[in-house]
Design a protein around this ligand. Structure first.
Ligand code: UTP
Length: 222
């Protein structure tokens, strides 16, 4: 079976340890092997906003964000019944994967997000897929809040990079992935699958390599 890395968006923590998170924990508790990278969510955003107003450097704000991602990763790891430490680098994560067959981690170093970490981990692990489990159910052709926004079921790396570069959605554009992650995925032909954390059956299907609701980002147009 194809190897997969899961990028779990920190926004799942916005819903106060919601049933969505519990469903995902229950899903992975049944798995022997997994690699999960957890995002920072509200705790990262709130602390970063607060410290930015006080003049902290962007480098240190990233460090703050990394701490938040590791806090969330520790929460997920312990909820899954693991007792190992949260790795601080991709290399440490790979060692843990080889030893235990499973790993949960957060961020690594300043300058990128956990989306990039998940694609780098996929490269190092030889995984073919990254499941980007997030707070939107798909990529849309424009800001999903605008009327007439249509879901995109499949898109190539280059098309999406061009779309993000053109900032089609204007100020405050928030895509579920970023150019760095797409570039790394493209060079190693790692498929990125965007799907909502609200539908655990859909996540389970995607993990099993079956068809799923969401967006497939790969080297071909669909
Ligand atoms: P996230 O990966 O959650 O960032 O890391 P994000 O993309 O802003 O959040 P979502 O996906 O929209 O929910 C939180 C913050 O931690 C820092 C960055 O500042 C990031 O914005 N971070 C994270 C790093 O600097 N390096 C890492 O490897 C990971």
């Amino acid at each position: 079976m194809d190897k997969t890395v899961v990028s779990l968006g920190g926004s799942i923590f916005a819903e106060n340890m919601s049933s969505y998170l519990m469903n995902i924990i229950n899903l992975f508790k049944r798995k022997e092997s997994y690699a999960i990278v957890v995002g920072g969510g509200p705790i990262a955003r709130e602390r970063i906003d607060f410290l930015r107003r006080l003049g902290a450097t962007e480098y240190h704000l990233d460090k703050m964000g990394i701490h938040a991602t590791r806090l969330n990763a520790m929460t997920v790891s312990l909820a899954l019944g693991n007792s190992m430490e949260i790795p601080r680098t991709i290399d440490e994560a790979i060692s843990i994967l080889h030893e235990y067959g499973r790993v949960v981690m957060g961020g690594t170093e300043p300058g990128h997000t956990t989306d990039a970490v998940s694609v780098l981990l996929a490269e190092a692990y030889g995984a073919d897929n990254v499941l980007n489990v997030t707070n939107v159910d798909s990529l849309y052709d424009r800001n999903p809040k605008l009327s007439g926004a249509k879901k995109i079921a499949g898109i190539s790396y280059t098309e999406l990079i061009n779309m993000i570069t053109a900032e089609k959605r204007g100020a405050g554009a928030n895509f579920p992935t970023d150019i760095l992650s797409l570039s790394i995925a493209m060079r190693s032909n790692i498929k990125i699958k965007i799907l909502s954390y609200k539908d655990v059956n859909n996540i389970s299907r995607a993990l099993d390599g079956m068809s799923f609701e969401g967006t497939l980002i790969s080297n071909v147009n669909e």
